[in-house]
Ligand binder design. Structure first.
Ligand SMILES: Nc1ncnc2c1ncn2[C@@H]1O[C@H](COP(=O)(O)OS(=O)(=O)O)[C@@H](OP(=O)(O)O)[C@H]1O
Length: 385
């Protein structure tokens, strides 16, 4: 009887104790989970490597308005990369979307390359070092430089800066350590790459790059200089709608066919003149020329040659691309790690301003001798005439 009394008193109190214990245990578990989520949330919500790089640049360059203005101008809910994003929203518009971007089972080799790319990325972030670039996409503006950067960076042995650092033109005074600090972490086996299209027409750029390393590999994406000039003008017009007409800017005297070579949009397309400056510091074999036109019609072919030039295994092939009819350009197939296929953003592939046929012919005549010298120098006919 006494025993039963004791046990009836003890049991409820031990029940209460264990309930209290469970309550405290659950509370501390929830608290630990909350702390964990706060500390590590960045790792889980960060959409991709490029976005991370953009963020890094923000933190490192607080107060450096010029770079920030470019980098911050995109909404964070799209997959933005640097100035010109891989903007999924663009791809998703239009009736063809479902057919074109539907998930096609990826070939095993492609899956493997993605897995290995992700693996290398994680390892590089943990164990890699920030290094000065061994390769640069130096130009040309509106040639297709963003497409080349975004396509080549899916290679597991390439790590690229998503933004344009403009080190060898605007930011040279900041010094090489500043420049190195912007770079993504890379393993010894990986190539560090950045793109700034204005380098190609910057007088001091070749000398400065050669003094960083005379072995730097250079990539130049060239495009029909007339189309390039119109593309350049279209971009400026989209930002400053009050500028004079293309014709007014392109000619000193149109009836005499006198082209205004002081206008940047014209000057950039005189490729041979700029190339001669580069050849004072680099051998021709150190420079690889990509056809901006073929980059659109045959991205895999151009990427194959770029991989060869960079000494990389040919991993990026036609299996990585599909043609998006809404966008009118090749895009990257949906990678396993992402929920969307990837096309370049709205600023890539704009509808050009309509220019008179006569003006185009005049400019084509103007560029012809420069083009011919350029073809002879690089040993390739780009067929712009
Ligand atoms: N795959 C793909 N998707 C979209 N756009 C592509 C692609 N490949 C090449 N291009 C062409 O790239 C042109 C823009 O060139 P850049 O990236 O060098 O421009 S920039 O100098 O960085 O502003 C851009 O020029 P515009 O068509 O005049 O806008 C495109 O024609």
């Amino acid at each position: 009887m006494a025993c039963r009394l004791i046990s009836s008193r003890i049991v409820p109190s031990s029940n209460r104790l264990s309930k209290r214990f469970i309550f405290i245990f659950t509370l501390s578990l929830s608290f630990t989970y909350l702390c964990y989520s706060i500390i590590f949330c960045c790792g889980t919500i960060m959409p991709n490597q490029s976005y991370e790089e953009t963020r890094c640049l923000h933190h490192k360059n607080v107060g450096r308005k010029k770079l920030l203005q470019k980098d911050c101008s995109f909404p964070v809910n799209t997959r933005t990369i640097g100035e010109d994003s891989l903007n999924v929203a663009v791809v998703n518009q239009g009736s063809n979307h479902r057919n074109q971007s539907k998930h096609v089972p990826l070939p095993i080799a492609h899956k493997r390359s993605i897995a290995s790319s992700e693996h290398n990325l994680t390892v590089a972030q943990k164990f890699g070092n920030k290094k000065l670039p061994n390769a640069l996409i130096v130009g040309v503006k509106k040639g297709g430089t963003r497409a080349v950067l975004e396509f080549i960076r899916i290679h597991p042995d390439v790590r690229a800066l998503g933004t344009e650092p403009h080190f060898f033109d605007r930011n040279y005074d900041r010094g090489l350590n500043w420049y190195r600090g912007l770079m993504p972490r890379t393993l010894d086996s990986q190539i560090t790459l950045e793109k700034t299209p204005s380098y190609f027409v910057t007088q001091e750029a070749p000398r400065r790059i050669a003094s960083m390393s005379p072995n730097t590999k250079l990539i130049v994406v060239v495009r029909n200089p007339v189309t390039r000039a119109i593309s350049d003008y279209t971009q400026t017009l989209s930002k400053k709608p009050d500028i004079p007409t293309f014709e007014d800017l392109a000619f000193q005297n149109r009836s005499q066919g006198l082209v205004d070579t002081s206008w940047n949009a014209i000057r950039i397309g005189m490729y041979i003149l700029h190339l001669e400056n580069w050849l004072q510091y680099f051998r021709l074999s150190q420079i690889h020329f990509v056809s901006g036109e073929r980059l659109i019609t045959d991205p895999a072919g151009e990427l194959g040659r770029i991989q060869d030039f960079l000494g990389l295994k040919r991993i990026i092939t036609d299996k990585h691309f599909y043609f998006n009819r809404t966008k009118g350009f090749p895009c990257l197939k949906k990678p396993e790690s992402s929920s969307q296929p990837r096309c370049l953003g709205k600023s890539k592939g704009r509808t050009h301003v309509q220019i008179d046929r006569e003006v185009i012919d005049q400019l084509r005549d103007f560029y012809r001798p420069f083009n011919i010298k350029f073809y002879e120098m690089v040993g390739q006919d780009f067929r712009w005439d």
